[in-house]
Design a protein around this ligand. Structure first.
Ligand SMILES: [Zn+2]
Length: 120
C-alpha cells in the first residue's frame, strides 16, 4: 500500500502518511467492481504516481513555455528573469496539501500568468 499523495510506502495500520501527513484512505476491494473504481485503485496503488513530482514538472514546463514565447520578443535573459517568479509561485502553490484546491490554484495561476504574458 502506498500514499496517494506522495507515493510513500505505508504500514498496514497507519492512519496518516509519515512523509506528507495526509490521511490514508483504505480502498475497499470487496466493492462491486466497476470500471472507474478499478482504474482509481490501480492509480492509488502505484508507487510512481507522485502528484507532487508532477506539479513540480508542470511548473518547470510552464516556465519553459513562458520563456519560449517571450524570448524571441524580449531576448533570452529577460525572458528567463520574467518566467522565474512565475515558476517559483507555481512551485509554492504546488505545496498546498489539499489535492483539489492545489489543482484549482495552479490552473488559475497559470491562466492569470498567461494573460499577463500575452497582454504585456
Ligand atoms: Zn504521503
Amino acid at each position: 500500500m502506498f500514499c496517494i499523495e506522495c507515493g510513500t510506502k505505508l504500514e498496514a495500520n497507519q492512519k496518516f502518511c509519515k512523509n506528507c501527513g495526509s490521511p490514508i484512505k483504505i480502498s475497499k476491494e470487496t466493492k462491486t467492481p466497476s470500471k472507474t473504481s478499478n482504474v482509481r485503485t490501480a492509480v492509488n496503488n502505484s508507487p510512481k504516481s507522485s502528484s507532487k513530482k508532477n506539479y513540480f514538472f508542470y511548473s518547470l514546463g510552464f516556465g519553459l513555455f513562458i520563456i519560449l514565447i517571450t524570448a524571441p520578443v524580449w531576448g533570452l535573459p529577460y525572458a528567463i528573469g520574467y518566467a522565474l517568479p512565475y515558476v517559483l509561485i507555481l512551485l509554492a502553490a504546488s505545496l498546498i496539501p489539499n489535492k483539489n484546491l492545489r489543482k484549482v490554484v495552479l490552473a488559475l495561476l497559470s491562466f492569470i500568468f498567461l494573460l499577463i504574458v500575452i497582454f504585456s
